[in-house]
Write a protein of this length. Sequence first.
Length: 374
Amino acid sequence: MAINKEQVKSALSQVLHPQEKKDIISLNMVQDILVQEKYVSFTLEFPEKNDKLEMALTTACENAIHKFIDKDAVVDIQTGVNISLKRGAEEQQQAEQPQQQQEVLPGVKNIIAVASGKGGVGKSTVAVNLAATLAEKGFKVGLMDTDIYGPSIPTMFNLFDRPNITTQKKLIPLEKYGIKLVSMGFLVDVNQAMVWRGPMATSAIKQFMTDVEWGELDYLIMDLPPGTGDIQLTIVQTVPLTGSVIVSTPQTVALDDARKGVAMFQKVKVPVLGVIENMAYFVPPDMPDKKYHIFGKGGATLLAQELNVPVLGEIPLEQTVREGGDNGKPIVLADKDSAAATAFMEAAGNMEQQLALRKAKEGPTEKVEIKFRP
Ligand SMILES: Nc1ncnc2c1ncn2[C@@H]1O[C@H](COP(=O)(O)OP(=O)(O)O)[C@@H](O)[C@H]1O
Ligand SMILES: [Mg+2]
C-alpha cells in the first residue's frame, strides 16, 4: 500500500528530541515531506549544526518510519540549519523557567531507578547499557551505583580511580564514555564496604545524592541493590524519583521477586515505567539468527500486563554482554550491531517515550514522606 503524508507525520511525532523533551513534529523540525509509493523524503531542520544529534535523530526517524509504517519504506532524509528554531526553543525555555525547583539534585531532569527483586538478574548490566545508550544519543547522563555492599560499576567501566573532592567538600564524579559515575567502589575497598552497618550505608547513599557535583543532567540512572531494603527506602525518601524500571528474567521465581520490587514503588507512588526482561532468550554466537528461550517465555509480558505497564524490552542472553561487563565496555558501545545492543537501544527508546507520556499526563513526582506512627 502506498504511504501517505499523514502517516509520516504521525510516525515522526513518536521521535523525541533528546534535550527538548518534545517530538520533532511539535518542534517544527520536519519540513518538505514528500511521499511516493514506498519512497519517503523530508528535511530535518536544526537550530544549529550538531553532527551527533543529526545522526541520532536521522536514525530515529528512519526507525520510526520502518516500525510504524512500512519496514520496506525507502527513507531519504536531508538535514539543514534553521536559526529561527533556536529562538523558538529559547523563548519556550524561558516560558518554562518558573518551575518548582527540587532541593536535592536540582540540576537533574529525570531520576530513574533500575530495580529488581532479586540479585543477579542483570540490573547493573541494564542500568549501564541504558546510561550508555542515552549518552550516545547526546543526553547528559549520570549513573549512580547505589549497591554499597556489592558495587559493580567500577568493573563494568574498568575504572578504579579515586574521585576528587572540591574545597566545598563535594565529590566530583568520575567520567567515562560521557557518563558521570559515582560508586562506593571508587571510594573504599570493596571488602571494607562489606562490613558496614546499615546506618552507615544509608548515610553514604544520602551523600551520593546531596554531596556530589552532578551538575546539569538529563538523566540520572540509579542502579539499585536487589530487594526492598533500607537503601531503596532512603532513596525514595530523599529524592523525587521520576520513574522506575523493573528488571526481571523469564523465570517464575525471578518474577515473583520482581512483583515485590514493583509493590514497593507503587506503595510510595513512584511510577513504574515498565519491565525489561533480561536473559529473555539465548543467541548462540555461531548461529546469530537462532533464539532459544532457555528460561521460559512470556513471563515478563504477564507481569507487565498484571501491572498495567509495558514491556520496555527483551534483552537476549549473549556471551558478549557478560564480556562487555567484565571488560569495562558496555555492549551498546562495544558491538552496536549485536542483538543485545539493538535490544538495549529499543528499551531505552521505549523508556523515553513512557517518560514523556507520563510527564504529559501527570505532574512531577514528589519526594515521599514516610510517616511513622508514634
Ligand atoms: N543479557 C545478558 N547476557 C549475558 N550475560 C548477562 C546478561 N545480563 C547480565 N549478564 C551477566 O550476569 C551477571 C549478573 O549481572 P548484573 O548486571 O551484575 O546483575 P545484578 O546487578 O542484577 O546483580 C554479570 O556477570 C553479567 O555480565
Ligand atoms: Mg548489580
